[in-house]
Design a protein around this ligand. Structure first.
Ligand code: NAD
Length: 297
């Protein structure tokens, strides 16, 4: 029987545990707070930000909502980040990507105080992750580690294949999988748009993480019998639905689930975990900034 890994349930259990840590921080006089900065009118970005704010409020994290006109000067964004860096009542800062073309995204990531960088994208935090001394693990790959663990799958000594090499998913995922640490110790291959014989490589995977952003590109024939399959993709494809589209992953779910030992659905797999791990990092940040010990799930 293939195990369907329930991301909603795992995320809920993480949120429940975080509530206890948040209570402890509040008792110590430090309610965690997360500032989200949106410089975009893209409906998807607006939705992501409002979901993150709702998530915060649900667990007792203060959500600070900052909107910047997408036509504004880049300086306005940098000034905002500087103010948030200096504000002791702000524990986490998240600038929703993408920013407009006239703003250089790498400079934005570098402008955020690394102690408040709850996305884990500042070069200092990336470096720490690579060096095996992570402060804030990026939310999506960290959530995937938790999902793999929840399925009772030990990564140690396994062949892991990550399809995708982006800075937010593929690269940090591979870095976590190779670390000499729980959830790591896997022999890890990273595939990308220039990889030859992709199917040959994915068929070798005991653990397959698909993060290419190509709808249903991995089918059952590309998967090893019994493999753990994590589908990161969220792709809109035209469909005869009320909205005119549906969401599909990078994995062709129906054929993959016949072969996989465990698999995440889309939606309801990785997505909820990404959101839960942002709360995790915000709680962790608050503890670190105020030197308060907090238990983390
Ligand atoms: P990206 O476009 O930045 O990177 C995609 C990567 O896939 C690239 O490195 C590219 O080399 C590789 N790739 C593209 N086509 C390929 C192919 N045919 N064969 C092999 N490799 C190929 O995307 P991203 O930001 O890493 O996101 C990937 C997917 O995951 C998207 O669908 C995105 O919406 C989704 N996503 C989901 C979550 C979540 O929480 N569930 C979070 C982040 C991203």
């Amino acid at each position: 029987m293939t195990e369907i890994i329930d991301g909603n349930a795992v995320a809920q259990s993480i949120r429940d545990d975080l509530v206890a840590s948040i209570d402890r921080l509040v008792d110590a006089g430090q309610r965690p707070s997360l500032a989200t900065v949106l410089m975009s009118e893209d409906p998807a970005s607006e939705t992501y930000v409002s979901m993150k704010q709702d998530d915060c409020e649900e667990v007792g994290i203060e959500a600070i909502d900052i909107d910047i006109d997408p036509d504004a000067d880049a300086a306005e964004l940098y000034d905002t980040i500087e103010d948030l860096n200096a504000d002791e009542d702000v524990n986490g800062i998240l600038v929703q990507m993408p920013v407009p073309d006239h703003v250089e995204d790498r400079s934005v990531l570098r402008a955020i105080d690394p102690m408040k960088d709850v996305d884990g994208f500042h070069p200092e935090n990336v470096g720490r992750l690579v060096a095996g001394d992570a402060r804030y693990k990026p939310c999506t790959p960290h959530g995937i580690q938790k999902l793999i663990e929840s399925a009772g799958v030990n990564t140690e000594g396994k062949d892991a294949v990550v399809v995708g090499r982006s800075d937010i998913v593929g690269k940090p995922m591979a870095n976590l999988l190779i670390q000499k640490a729980p959830g790591g110790n896997a022999t890890t291959t990273v595939c990308h748009s220039r990889t030859e014989n992709l199917a040959e490589r994915t068929r070798n995977a005991d653990i397959l993480v698909a993060a290419a952003g190509v709808p249903e590109m991995i089918d059952g024939e590309m998967i090893q019998e019994g493999a753990t399959v994590i589908d990161v993709g969220i792709n809109r494809v035209d469909a005869d639905t009320e909205k005119g589209y549906e969401l599909v992953g990078d994995v062709e779910y129906e054929s993959a689930k016949e072969v996989a030992g465990a698999i995440t659905p889309v939606p309801g797999g990785v997505g909820p975990m990404t959101r839960a791990m942002l709360l995790y990092n915000t709680v962790k940040a608050t503890g670190l900034q105020h030197d308060i010990d907090v238990d983390l799930p």
